[in-house]
Design a protein around this ligand. Structure first.
Ligand SMILES: Cc1cc2nc3c(=O)[nH]c(=O)nc-3n(C[C@H](O)[C@H](O)[C@H](O)COP(=O)(O)OP(=O)(O)OC[C@H]3O[C@@H](n4cnc5c(N)ncnc54)[C@H](O)[C@@H]3O)c2cc1C
Length: 403
């Protein structure tokens, strides 16, 4: 299938549907939920009610052969507001983690639980990062030890900065099963967040995306059944045996999840950048200084031209990477990472420039570009920092095991 930016009828409908929800429901509520720093449950409920949140839409998007469904949805929702949209899309990372590593039975069991129903909405969380292992995934300390007698796994450790961490029903947890094998000795587990020994005592207060709950989660001798291991024990034993012999193995589960999700995270950043750009463009047409609208100043109109160009460039990289992922193309130059790197930088830069265009107003909470700038910064950090994307790209293009 050739790469094309032309949207099918279904993709156009998806875009327009998500845009309308963003415009009518998300945007008007953005200031309030940012200020409250709480998960916007009523909005999740409303999204679930119309089918914009849930495992059905997840499966529809995953079955789009062009891979464009996720980026289209992400851009439109994040155009509305990044914090609220992250609450809506946060469960996807957990669900995709289950789909990437789980068996058909595990997917059927756990994925719907990541969303609940339109009457009783739930969220899921993907727990990989730790205080000493954000970028350095090989330094993960959370362990999972198998107890053959009871066919249970015993999980202990701490996860950090988990999206939906304090409010999730389902947790997808990465843990070390064989420390000597580094990332190849890690495995993924799905479990209910109310399992004995799991605690998320406090929500973290943040710079941006404040309508999204972020929390550290503690696992103190947590016992989960053998069936919690995603992919099953036989597959894990086989993978560990290959790793011990120094043979090639399938990707470490967290890495496989990130590879699939990076272009979508790039699309989220594009949505925030576009929102700030559109706001600044309208403002520049209205704001009169020295007797003329500021849009007539070349410094302003050229800046807007640059912002528009950069957003388009980022969107192109995102859409290409999403298409490559969906059609099984090899990311020969880490195109997934390229798309996220570019889109994150564009979002931070474009939102900062939007503040500049709005002047004093832009710096206040009376206008949304201040919030958009705070929100944008997270795209340089989560799902692999700016430098980690550079590292992944540099490794790809040089073929060197750079550190
Ligand atoms: C709002 C939010 C939500 C999050 N949600 C989740 C979630 O749902 N699940 C989850 O598992 N994690 C989540 N995270 C964690 C996030 O993925 C990590 O914070 C991120 O991977 C960076 O890890 P770190 O914070 O340990 O930074 P560090 O690894 O300590 O990095 C610090 C600095 O050093 C740089 N650096 C590190 N290594 C290198 C290198 N080799 N070369 C050059 N520079 C380097 C980094 O780029 C960064 O600038 C979230 C974080 C935030 C802020």
């Amino acid at each position: 299938m050739a790469f094309s930016l032309a949207l099918s009828d279904e993709q156009q409908q998806l875009r327009d549907w998500a845009h309308a929800f963003s415009q009518q429901v998300i945007r008007p509520a953005a200031f309030d939920w940012d200020d409250r720093e709480e998960t916007p449950w009523p909005i999740l409920q409303e999204a679930a009610g119309i089918g914009l949140y849930g495992d059905d839409i997840l499966m529809t998007l995953l079955s789009d052969p062009t891979g464009q469904g996720f980026p289209i949805l992400a851009e439109e929702l994040f155009w509305g507001d990044a914090g609220i949209a992250l609450s809506i899309m946060g469960s996807t990372l957990a669900a995709v983690g289950i789909i990437a590593a789980g068996t058909a039975e595990q997917i059927a069991h756990w994925v719907p639980q990541c969303y609940g129903t339109d009457k009783d909405v739930k969220v899921g969380a993907f727990c990989s990062s730790e205080p000493e292992a954000g970028s350095d995934v090989a330094n993960m300390l959370t362990t999972a030890k198998y107890d053959q007698a009871s066919d249970e796994w015993l999980i202990s450790g701490q996860k950090a900065w988990v999206t939906n961490g304090g409010v999730a029903d389902v947790l997808v947890v990465q843990a070390v099963v064989e420390p000597s094998l580094g990332t190849r000795g890690q495995a993924a587990f799905a479990m209910s967040a109310d399992t004995a020994g799991i605690a998320a005592p406090r929500k973290l207060r943040k710079h941006g995306v404040r309508a999204s709950n972020t929390a550290d989660i503690f696992f103190d001798g947590v016992r989960v059944p053998g069936s919690a291991l995603l992919g099953g024990k036989d597959k894990l034993d086989e993978r560990l045996a290959r790793a011990r012999e120094g043979r090639k193995t399938s990707r470490q589960p967290a890495m496989a999840t990130f590879e699939l999700s990076r272009p979508t995270v790039g699309a989220m950043a594009v949505g925030v950048a576009r929102a700030a750009y559109e706001y600044a463009l309208d403002y520049a047409k209205e704001r009169v200084v020295f007797g003329r609208p500021i849009i007539e100043k070349q410094a302003i109109s050229f800046l807007l031209a640059d912002i528009a160009t950069e957003i388009d460039a980022a969107r192109l990289l995102v859409r290409r990477a999403a298409w490559m992922g969906a059609t099984g193309q090899k990311f020969a130059s880490a195109e997934g990472s390229m798309s996220k790197l570019k889109a994150g930088r564009v979002a931070v830069w474009a939102t900062e420039r939007a503040i500049q265009i709005l002047g004093g107003n832009g710096y206040t909470r009376e206008y949304p570009v201040e919030r958009m700038h705070r929100d944008a910064k997270v795209f340089d950090i989560f799902e692999g920092t700016e430098q980690i994307q550079q590292l992944v790209i540099a490794r790809s293009i040089t073929g060197l095991r750079l550190q």
